[in-house]
Design a protein around this ligand. Structure first.
Ligand code: FAQ
Length: 319
């Protein structure tokens, strides 16, 4: 892929500009590699930590059908985490390093998973809004410039679409149910609306990584563009349900062809990202506990892999 007359960086940029995929063994700028490790591992951690708010309701789902669907969804999130850790490993980052960075607080995960899930309606709202926001962001990532990440995102997006429908169905049942059920749906929407908008990250002029990531085609759309697309798509869904968006500044702007919406509480966002949200400590403590409890599984799997490798070597030597 590389020529001789131009610098490696320029050649890399031209390669990316030509809509070619970068593969693990290709030369890449160190900062490109580090940015991808940061973003993909943060994404993987989000999928894994994101299982916790929903796992809270598996034992209390209101029907066997609801329980089966929720179980399947949470298992999907585990699978997404695993593909993404594998994609990050292709960049040379050991999985143990990623896990210890998560547990020490060095690596981030999505702010949204630091909010509690006190009601069943939250299972609907998470699928509808949180998976909805995740899809809005991730569809562009199926075209990201790093091949293993782009390919992982194709399968992930298909599953996230099912999750979004699952969530909308739960909220729709509540919104069309008794007045108490409708109130439960509205109360949940009130709590999740603003944190869902925060998921897209800081506004474009405050986003330190965006410009370079867009240039390298890691990101294809800016944080604000995606947030606006999400609002435009979701407001009619709220209206269809007969619910209300908890934003008195929300209104359709005919001239822009978009909804205008109120100011996001960025102090809350940074506070949560810095580890001080309602559930940050609980989420990490739970991860540490599950990781320690699962040590024997990793040891057994490693011992088995080593034995298989030894057997293969012995068979090869005998042949
Ligand atoms: N939370 O310069 P930018 C899901 C950090 S998956 C925490 O704009 P960037 C599925 C950012 O890391 C949800 N931190 O950064 C599911 C950076 O800090 P750093 C996760 C955030 O990377 C559903 C700093 O702020 N999806 O939900 C957040 O260019 C239901 C400055 O920001 C992904 O990870 C945040 N919300 O853009 C699972 C998608 N936003 O690292 C279970 C892939 C920003 O420099 C249940 N990631 N920060 O110290 C991305 O597309 C990007 O990384 C962005 C941020 C758009 C999230």
């Amino acid at each position: 892929m590389m020529g001789t007359n131009v610098s490696l960086e320029e050649n890399f940029q031209a390669y990316v500009d030509g809509e070619n995929k970068v593969e693990p063994k290709d030369w890449m700028p160190e900062k490109y590699r580090r940015t991808l490790i940061r973003q993909i591992s943060q994404h993987a951690h989000s999928e894994i930590i994101g299982m916790q708010p929903e796992a809270n309701w598996i034992t209390r789902a209101p029907s066997l059908r609801a329980k089966l669907i929720l179980l399947a969804k949470v298992q999907d999130e585990a699978g997404h985490g695993l593909y993404l850790y594998s994609a990050a490993e292709t960049l040379g980052e050991p999985r143990e390093t990623m896990i210890s960075d998560l547990q020490s607080g060095k690596a981030k995960y999505s702010s949204i998973f630091n909010y509690p899930t006190p009601s069943w309606a939250d299972m609907g709202t998470i699928g509808w809004l949180v998976d909805g926001a995740a899809i809005q962001n991730q569809v562009m990532l199926t075209r990201t410039s790093y091949g293993p990440y782009a390919r992982a995102m194709v399968k992930i997006c298909k599953e996230e679409s099912f999750h979004q429908r699952q969530g909308y169905e739960v909220v729709m049942k509540l919104a069309q149910g008794t007045p108490e059920q409708k109130a439960m749906a509205q109360e949940s929407l009130n709590r999740w609306w603003w944190p869902s908008l925060m998921m897209f990250g800081p506004s474009d002029d405050e986003s330190p990584n965006s410009a370079q990531s867009m240039k390298w085609k890691i990101k294809r759309k800016s944080n604000d563009t995606l947030r606006q697309e999400f609002v435009d798509k979701t407001v009619p869904q709220v209206e269809y349900l007969g619910l209300t968006v908890p934003d008195s500044d929300l209104k359709w702007n005919e001239a822009r062809g978009h909804y205008d919406f109120g100011v996001i509480n960025w102090d809350e966002f940074y506070n949560v990202v810095q580890g001080n949200g309602p559930c940050n400590k609980e989420r990490i403590a739970h991860h540490v506990e599950a990781h320690e409890e699962g040590a024997w599984v990793r040891e057994a799997a490693n011992a088995f892999a080593q034995k298989q490798a030894q057997r293969k070597k012995n068979t090869g030597a005998a042949a």
